[in-house]
Design a protein around this ligand. Structure first.
Ligand SMILES: CC(C)(COP(=O)(O)OP(=O)(O)OC[C@H]1O[C@@H](n2cnc3c(N)ncnc32)[C@H](O)[C@@H]1OP(=O)(O)O)[C@@H](O)C(=O)NCCC(=O)NCCS
Length: 177
């Protein structure tokens, strides 16, 4: 049984070790624990944990402001990848954005991150620009990907589970078979 839980300043201590383990195995320049903790204090930030029967599978962090979703971070446990979980997290993010009136979603991705680029394309994002030397560590450009959330543009989106994360951050927010 899959559940999605809001990560807050109050409960992040329960998840931080798992988050950092996945983060460090996923990115050349992982976020610090402080960076994750700061996200829980930002009014515009949404930070969710994906759990299955108590096991921590991954997380997504995005900000919503000025009618736009900005994806900040997403990662799935290396042993759980390729099972549709990343797509599921993105679908839930977009569903939340639409319900809060966001009109666009945007993200940056490394050109070398082929798997993430596949995932974003499958979700409906399109490459809309480049940010030169966006990544300090490798001096790589970022590919900017965007997606309109206006009603006639999201027909390809798969939103198989119609529930929102638990706003209190306690317990299962929904279940998915
Ligand atoms: C990117 C990431 C979140 C994807 O999560 P995931 O749960 O493995 O992805 P999904 O199983 O939902 O796959 C969705 C799509 O991605 C693509 N994909 C997934 N695994 C793939 C693989 N091994 N090879 C090629 N494409 C793949 C496919 O298009 C897939 O759709 P399909 O199953 O209909 O063909 C995951 O690989 C990850 O945590 N990577 C490290 C962190 C990272 O790079 N985050 C993104 C930063 S921009």
């Amino acid at each position: 049984m899959i559940s999605l839980v809001n990560i807050t300043a109050e409960n992040i201590h329960r998840f931080l070790d798992d988050i950092l383990e996945i983060e460090r195995s996923s990115f050349p320049s992982p976020w610090s624990s402080t960076a994750f903790q700061q996200e829980t204090t930002r009014r515009v930030s949404h930070f969710w944990a994906l759990l299955a029967d108590g096991a921590f599978l991954g997380y997504i962090c995005f900000r919503m402001f000025s009618g736009e979703i900005h994806l900040m971070n997403i990662a799935i446990h290396p042993k759980k990848r390729g099972n549709g979980l990343g797509r599921h997290l993105l679908a839930k993010m977009i569903e939340a954005g639409i319900s809060e009136g966001a009109e666009t979603a945007r993200l940056e991705v490394r050109p070398s991150n082929i798997m993430a680029r596949f995932l974003y394309k499958k979700t409906g994002f399109k490459e809309t620009g480049r940010s030169p030397r966006y990544y300090d560590d490798t001096n790589e450009d970022a590919i900017v990907m965007s997606m309109s959330l206006l009603p006639n543009r999201v027909s390809r989106l798969e939103t198989d589970v119609i529930c929102q994360p638990n706003p209190t951050g306690e317990g299962a927010a929904y279940t998915a078979g």
